[in-house]
Design a protein around this ligand. Structure first.
Ligand code: USQ
Length: 360
């Protein structure tokens, strides 16, 4: 299939671009390299030395014989370039990773809130408007987040997108299916909550085929493809904004720095390994909704853990110390989290679990 990968230079986009190319799909990356600019702003760097995008693509061609095309423009600003690209390429799918993805970064200042909202919401609206404008039958696959639901439970598993509700009407009780209610805890998560309304609208109004993937926290760095050559290496963030909890703990343990558990560490979160994301995206690519079918929503996570349990797991394997710190975030100290992920498992996903792979 032909796929345009928006945000294909980033932490999730790059390994997915390689994986899909390896499987024989025709891949075009669109990226404005904004993630690299944020490193400059924050004065941090990926722990792994990532190479310029041109070099990455040249090395991939050398090793695999496969071409990946690259376009440098901003999704959400350069609308006409996006429409022209869709018309020229006639892709089967657009995989959309091109959003500002860090919750703490989105909360740093009014400027960061405005950047995150402008960037993320204009990007989504431009993608959907451009697909309609170009008149091409494209399947839009979007990377969303489990965090849109606020990690609570109402005594049930968080379902895959939709909730049946009973409503009292003058004619008696009726049943309806609605989008599962969102409860975002950061401006970043708020943008992902808004995304699902845009999807519902364009799906209803214009019959756009959409898959929205509610992903958990990613752990791991390398996939089979990024590990083929050091010049293909994926980024590894460990800073306080873009570094995610498990990757931070692994790095802290490696340099003998106490693992920074925020609060009691009672926060339960959903997790998925970076390699499994690639498999999930390909499953989504190969299983588009029919035209006219409602938005396809899947929970893209494979297991849940409490933050303090992760720290203890790493501590017992490595002897690393744990530091319980005041929580810099405004979030519940303790929560349960039950998530349904039957659909990916039903498609044959065999998850890489933390317990079996962490110490590899
Ligand atoms: N935490 C610590 N210590 C740390 C870092 C984090 O205790 O050193 C705690 C946080 O307080 C939080 C939990 O670990 O309770 C997760 O934090 P995180 O930074 O790993 O993840 P989060 O901010 O939720 O965001 C990440 C990605 C985001 C994705 C989201 C999936 O950056 O793109 O959408 O995970 S989810 O959490 O399921 O919404």
């Amino acid at each position: 299939m032909k796929a345009i990968i928006l945000g294909g230079d980033g932490f999730c986009g790059w390994p997915n671009a390689l994986y899909l190319s390896k499987q024989g799909h025709d891949v075009t990356i669109v990226d404005n390299l904004s993630r690299r600019e944020i490193d400059v702003e924050l004065e941090v760097e990926s722990l792994t030395p990532i190479r310029p995008i041109g070099e990455r693509i040249r090395v991939w061609k050398e090793l695999s014989g496969k071409d990946i095309k690259f376009e440098n423009f901003t999704v959400g600003k350069d609308y006409h370039r996006l429409v022209s690209l869709i018309k020229d390429e006639q892709p089967d799918a657009i995989v959309h990773f091109a959003e500002q993805r860090a919750a703490p970064y989105s909360m740093k200042s009014a400027g960061h809130k405005r950047y995150t909202v402008n960037n993320n919401l204009n990007a989504i609206n431009d993608v959907l408007a451009a697909v309609v404008d170009a008149g091409v039958d494209v399947h839009v696959i979007h990377l969303g987040t489990m965090g849109v639901y606020g990690y609570g439970t109402a005594g049930m598993k968080i379902p895959e997108g939709y909730l049946k509700v009973k409503i009292d009407t003058p004619e008696g009780e009726t049943e309806q299916e609605i989008l599962y209610p969102t409860n975002p805890g950061s401006i970043y998560h708020l943008t992902k909550s808004q995304d699902q309304l845009l999807f519902a609208f364009y799906n209803k109004n214009d019959k756009v085929k959409i898959t929205d993937l509610h992903q958990g926290i990613v752990w791991g760095t390398q996939t089979d493809e990024t590990a083929m050559d050091e010049r293909l290496i994926n980024r590894f963030d460990y800073d306080g904004d873009f570094g995610t909890v498990l990757n931070r703990f692994i790095m802290q343990a490696a340099v003998d720095y106490p693992m920074t558990v925020f609060g009691t560490g009672g926060q339960t979160r959903a997790f998925i390994h970076v390699q499994d994301i690639c498999k999930c995206i390909e499953i989504a690519l190969n299983n588009p909704p029919q035209t006219g079918e409602r938005v396809n929503i899947l929970n893209q996570m494979t297991e849940t853990h409490r933050v303090r349990d992760l720290a203890k797991m790493i501590s017992s394997a490595t002897g690393a110390k744990i530091a319980y710190l005041d929580n810099p975030r405004n979030e519940s100290a303790e929560n349960e989290l039950n998530v349904a992920n039957d659909r990916f498992i039903g498609f044959g996903l065999k998850p890489k679990t933390l317990e079996s792979s962490l110490i590899e």
